[in-house]
Design a protein around this ligand. Structure first.
Ligand SMILES: [Zn+2]
Length: 430
């Protein structure tokens, strides 16, 4: 058993949903962890009285403890091309992504990047992520191996591409299917690892590969599907040429049986109300990737329309087109994207989206994203005085909402003092 004392914040629902009980905050709180899971979280005074006299208390008073962040879309194989200038989506893929992903045929390279990538997630307070490796089986093995070592919750799967990509990243639809099946058998459900069928996007798969991907999903209840959707206007026009029979880009995925619970689509910028309605009705989720959408000039995500349709939404960093591993920075950029759309994002809603909202979009809210009893004890210890400016600005805040807003606008990896995974320390700021 472990008990951690500090300021505690978590959500039990969407604060935008109007429920007064959605946000739980204890200025002097205690988080009790037993066997890696949350036993109880609440006011320190009351809970300390119930603990045995010899219980070890980790004192983090003055720090803010929140559930581990959930990154719903990121590419581990693009770690080394983050901050590469030039071009919008399709040019960026050709110029940077393909050459970078080619290197993941080498298991040593894949292992080295996977270790760095998982450490970087932890350094930023991210304990769960939905991750794109490459088409190479060894890249998936490397990522799952690194996550297993750190006990992180990672959802990933071999990228599927059988057209419109260089020869060195292309394989047949049947080989992609066989490779995916082998990886599911070896990795899915092992400790905290989960498999996702991963067609990169509809343009790089033939109808045959899309069909097989839908079948794979149907044959394995409990696995995820992840892909990209309606990110960039040139991409949307290209999909219309490739699939003239489809009503929309989203409809391509639906026709091949790829929409449903545990299907998560990055970007979702250029959708219409019918698309949003279908996503809500089927239980599919959107990953809002603000830094990537700004960096590639893709467009502005419409959170108000997603909310109106009732679609599940999580936040994605989308590294390497995304420009930061930090979910705090990503929330700050999400706020700015919505400002450009004439919409707003409260700090409470932002922290919800980065924790329980992300967990819900991945259908993991019964395991992570909150401090309700029985949940896996992944959490972040945040330092709201991490920099001179943060300290000065935070000290002037009167309310929790104000402090959270300052943290998401000025905070980044420097504000992450510690990251804990399954009730054990996983990273500590030097
Ligand atoms: Zn992406």
């Amino acid at each position: 058993m472990r008990a951690i004392r500090g300021e505690i914040l978590y959500f039990t629902g969407d604060p935008a949903g109007g429920s007064a009980d959605a946000l739980r905050h204890f200025a002097d709180g205690l988080l009790i962890v037993r066997d890696g899971r949350v036993a109880e979280a609440g006011p320190a005074e009351a809970l300390l009285a119930k603990l045995p006299a010899d219980a070890r208390i980790e004192d983090r008073r003055g720090r803010l403890i929140v559930p581990g962040f959930v990154d719903t879309h990121i590419h581990f194989a693009q770690t080394d091309i983050i901050a590469s200038p030039g071009g919008q989506l399709l040019e960026w893929l050709a110029r940077y992504t393909w050459p970078a992903e080619r290197r993941f045929a080498d298991p040593d390279h894949a292992a080295a990047v996977a270790g760095f990538f998982c450490d970087e997630l932890l350094r930023n307070g991210t304990t769960t992520a939905a991750v794109f490796p490459t088409v190479h089986r060894v890249s998936v093995e490397a990522l799952f191996g690194a996550a297993l070592q750190r006990r992180m919750r990672v959802i990933a799967g071999k990228v599927l591409m059988d057209r419109n990509c260089p020869d060195f990243l292309r394989e047949s639809a049947e080989d992609g299917d066989a490779g995916s099946r082998a990886l599911i058998a070896r990795w899915h459900g092992r400790d905290r690892l989960q498999y996702a069928v991963t067609p990169r996007f509809a343009a790089t798969s033939t109808p045959q590969q899309m069909r097989l991907a839908g079948r794979l999903l149907a044959e394995h209840p409990g696995i995820h599907l992840q892909s990209h959707l309606a990110e960039n206007r040139a991409e949307v026009a290209w999909i219309r040429e490739l699939y003239p029979e489809a009503r929309s880009y989203l409809d391509v995925y639906e026709r091949f049986g790829q929409l449903g619970p545990r299907s998560v689509f990055a970007h979702c910028v250029w959708l219409d109300d019918t698309d949003r309605g279908r996503m809500a009705a089927t239980g599919a989720a959107m990953s809002f990737c603000p830094t990537s959408n700004l960096f590639l000039g893709s467009g502005l995500f419409d959170l108000a329309q997603a909310d109106a349709a009732g679609v599940r939404v999580g936040i994605g960093t989308d590294v390497g087109a995304g420009t930061s591993f930090s979910m705090l920075q990503t929330l700050g950029e999400a706020y700015k994207v919505l400002q450009l759309n004439g919409q707003s994002l409260s700090a409470e809603r932002a922290f919800y989206l980065a924790t329980l909202g992300g967990a819900r979009s991945l259908y993991l809210d019964d395991r992570i994203g909150t401090f309700l009893p029985g949940r896996e004890a992944d959490f972040v210890v945040l330092d709201t005085a991490a920099t001179p400016l943060l300290a000065r600005r935070s000290a002037a805040c009167g309310t929790l909402a104000e402090r959270l807003f300052v943290l998401m606008m000025l905070g980044d990896d420097r504000a992450v003092a510690e990251t804990w995974v399954m009730g054990e320390p996983a990273w500590r700021r030097p």
